[in-house]
Ligand binder design. Structure first.
Ligand SMILES: Nc1ncnc2c1ncn2[C@@H]1O[C@H](COP(=O)(O)OP(=O)(O)OP(=O)(O)O)[C@@H](O)[C@H]1O
Ligand SMILES: [Mg+2]
Length: 465
């Protein structure tokens, strides 16, 4: 085929640019049209409501149950605001860096790829892991909440602040974000699951300054249709499972399924105050060594192997993508080095393979199956609930000395407990994973470690008796 001459190519490109410019003027008026035309996406009605609200209002708060497309909507909002407002800046954040990079920015990168494809051959900027840049002064960026100082100093005529999982973001970050709201053209979008009363998200939700969209699982397309018409959204089966596990009158059902803030406060098993006390408590079990491991079950989960000296974490190893043979060999070598008093491993799923192999190599292993019956089944729904509850008691009695790093602190204080049919139940790993963005493997390994310490103490008492 004959190649087009250069002036002709330039002319064609010019007309594409003109067409796109006209489109942007139209898209600026209506983010829903932008999402449909520029990104070829198909928002459902509540997502549309949030997008349109953002065009019309300065502050929008979107709270709901799990899996209704909040993060996706936030990603669309980022792209719409950035592309339709020349020179704009968008600041985004979430409680953990993992959530910034692997949830919100994963969606932003996916939508950017669609935009690039749709608007080719016009170049629509460069997208990095957590930064999307159209020009040096025209960009969207993901920030970590560990560094409130980084929130200062963004100046732009048009600015949007987006906070995903806003219920878990501290007041210092909200204060920094709020300092931008003095400017007339700044907008704020908060999205998240309802959390404890009293959080910044809850305050925003009660404030008359916000346009609010609240969504229950029962409002979503799959539940309204009674079957799965949008497989990526929350499903009737999930709601049914939650109903059975939590009960309809529980605070968890209210928050996670109905998308409502709970009427009474919901307690985490281990509270921040307990962790603070553990930082200054004496390590009375120093010298007793335990190796505790939480083995990756599937997909992206990590295997965490802790070496405990009494209740302190002496070493923490995170293995990603390793098979059972590697993991067993790794723990075996640690055991040879430290000669621990106990090796405790969650043998659920693939963990069983690690336990078997370690035993084959001559190690004595305390196998823990967290999904199985508790030793006091009338009090606890399963062994996991029992182990977490007993860990809580150790913390409450001042028996834990622990200088937890940020990740372990967050994971230990995340799980919520509740009563179900008279028994204590602790939020499941999968539910926490949805909420935290990753599995709380370090905390689970630690709780297994405390379980082993308790077993050793019982054994010791029995031997002395
Ligand atoms: N309109 C849509 N079209 C296609 N995919 C969508 C749409 N809305 C959401 N999704 C996809 O559905 C899944 C759930 O959406 P998302 O993660 O945004 O929900 P969420 O409300 O933020 O969930 P969570 O409460 O767990 O944070 C994601 O994989 C997302 O990409
Ligand atoms: Mg989300």
């Amino acid at each position: 085929m004959a190649r087009k001459n250069v002036p002709q190519e330039r002319h064609e490109l010019q007309s594409v640019v003109e067409r796109i410019k006209k489109s942007f003027a139209r898209w600026r008026q209506d983010p829903v049209v932008f999402v449909q035309e520029a990104l070829n996406a198909n928002p459902w009605e509540k997502q549309e409501e949030v997008l349109r609200a953002l065009a019309a209002h300065r502050r929008v708060c979107f709270v709901s149950c799990h899996g209704v497309g909040k993060t996706k909507t936030a990603a669309w909002a980022v792209l719409w605001f950035l592309y339709c407002h020349p020179g704009a800046k968008v600041i985004t954040t979430a409680p953990t860096w993992h959530q910034v990079e692997h949830q919100l920015w994963r969606e932003i990168r996916a939508e950017f790829a669609k935009l690039s494809e749709n608007l080719a051959p016009v170049k629509v900027g460069q997208c990095f892991t957590t930064r999307l840049e159209l020009a040096p002064d025209w960009f969207a960026v993901g920030l970590s909440t560990n560094e409130p100082e980084r929130f200062q100093g963004f100046h732009a005529e048009q600015l949007l602040v987006v906070i995903d999982e806003a219920g878990g973001v501290s007041s210092s970050i909200f204060a920094a974000a709020e300092s931008y709201m003095t400017s007339a053209h700044t907008k704020m979008l908060l999205v998240g699951n309802p959390t404890q009363p009293g959080t910044e998200l809850h305050k925003a939700f009660l404030s008359p300054d916000y346009y609010k969209v609240q969504v229950s699982a029962f409002d979503t397309p799959n539940l309204r249709a009674g079957n799965v018409v949008r497989p990526y959204l929350v499903t009737p089966a999930w709601v049914e499972e939650r109903r059975r596990e939590w009960g309809e009158d529980s605070a968890l059902f209210q928050m996670r399924v109905l998308g409502q803030f709970p009427s009474a406060s919901v307690d985490s098993v281990i509270t921040p105050a307990m962790l603070a006390a553990a930082r200054v408590a004496p390590n009375t079990r120093r010298g007793t060594r335990v190796i505790a491991a939480d083995i990756a079950r599937f997909g992206d989960d990590r295997t965490v192997v802790l070496v405990l000296d009494g209740t302190e974490v002496a070493e923490c190893h995170v293995l990603v993508g390793k098979d059972t043979m590697y993991t067993a060999a790794f723990i075996h070598i640690l055991a040879q080095r430290y000669k621990p008093d106990a090796i405790a491993i969650d043998g659920t799923g693939v963990g069983a393979g690690v336990v078997d192999r370690l035993r084959e190599m001559g190690n004595e292993v305390l196998e823990v199956n967290s999904a199985e019956r508790a030793s006091e089944p009338e009090q606890f729904a399963n062994l996991r609930a029992e182990m977490w509850w007993k860990a809580r008691e150790m913390f409450a009695q001042g028996l834990v000395s622990l200088n937890a790093d940020d990740e372990l602190s967050l994971e230990l204080t995340t799980p919520i407990y509740f009563l179900r049919l008279g028994r204590i139940q602790v939020e499941s790993k999968d539910d926490i994973k949805r909420r935290l963005g990753r599995s709380p493997d370090k905390a689970d390994a630690y709780v297994i470690g405390l379980h082993a310490l308790r077993q050793l103490a019982t054994l010791h008492r029995m031997r002395r008796a």
